[in-house]
Design a protein around this ligand. Structure first.
Ligand code: ATP
Length: 233
């Protein structure tokens, strides 16, 4: 579904991604784990072609999308939910969802308001509330729901559990598992190991812009030095 191969990204002269490779299979949830500044956000933005990729390749559904316009990448079926929850604070939940609508693509379940309200019942209760009146967790859900309106085949989620109340974190995990059951692939960045454990099939641990471990949780648990050295545990 999604393959990153040898990605190199610079901010000015500083090389942030140093040949980063990882893959996400169809219907698979992969957690990108790493400390602050490890390069998680940069990886997601580079995948989305929102940053210039100086080396390597991003393939999505078998097609090389490196250097494409981010708008085209979204139309091809990659949905990106940034860390800073891009919603319209003056619009209602319902209006925000409308702004995410795009032409449906074949073979991908079409998300509409009813399906999204079923996925996020908290949002259904707040359908007429303005974005600015929502809690952080509700804004995060709305941000994901808006992206789903574009019918992505693969979602890129930047720290979906960050800064939200524990009860909402549980709801978020439940929603991600539901998306997986619907056949979506998900690549999410995360600092919290427990959340990753609750939703992901596999993890990729990154440090200094490189993948230093890729595997499932039993493999991660069998190598405790990885978490100790590369994660904030
Ligand atoms: P966080 O959890 O803090 O978001 P992260 O793993 O997502 O961390 P990135 O945001 O990808 O890390 O940042 C990777 C490195 O790139 C960091 O050293 C950061 O300081 C640097 N960096 C990020 N954005 C810029 C920028 N616009 N200009 C210069 N350096 C940047």
């Amino acid at each position: 579904m999604l393959e990153l191969e040898g990605l190199e990204v610079f901010y000015g002269k500083a090389q942030i991604l140093q040949g980063l490779s990882l893959s996400v299979g169809p219907g698979e949830v992969v957690a990108l784990l790493g400390r602050n500044g490890a390069g998680k956000t940069t990886t997601l933005k580079a995948t989305m072609q929102m940053l210039p990729v100086a080396g390597g390749q991003v393939r999505f559904r078998g097609e090389d999308i490196t250097g494409s316009d981010p708008y085209r990448v979204a139309r091809a079926g990659l949905g990106y939910v940034p860390e800073d929850r891009r919603i319209f604070t003056q619009l209602t939940v319902r209006e925000n969802l409308e702004t995410g609508r795009q032409a449906a693509r074949e073979g991908v379940p079409r998300w509409d308001e009813a399906a999204l309200f079923e996925l996020f019942p908290n949002l259904a209760e707040r359908a007429e509330a303005r974005g600015k009146a929502l809690s952080g967790g509700e804004q995060q859900m709305l941000s994901i729901a808006r992206t789903l309106m574009g019918n992505p085949a693969c979602l890129l989620l930047d720290e979906p559990s960050e800064g939200i109340a524990p009860v909402i974190v549980t709801e978020m995990a439940r929603a991600i598992l539901r998306l997986k059951r619907e056949g979506l692939s998900v690549l999410l960045s995360e600092q919290a190991l427990p959340f990753a454990r609750a939703v992901a099939d596999r993890v990729a641990v990154i440090d200094h812009g490189r993948v230093v471990f890729e595997g499932d949780f039993s493999a991660l648990d069998a190598a405790p030095e990885i978490a100790k050295r590369h994660l904030a545990v």
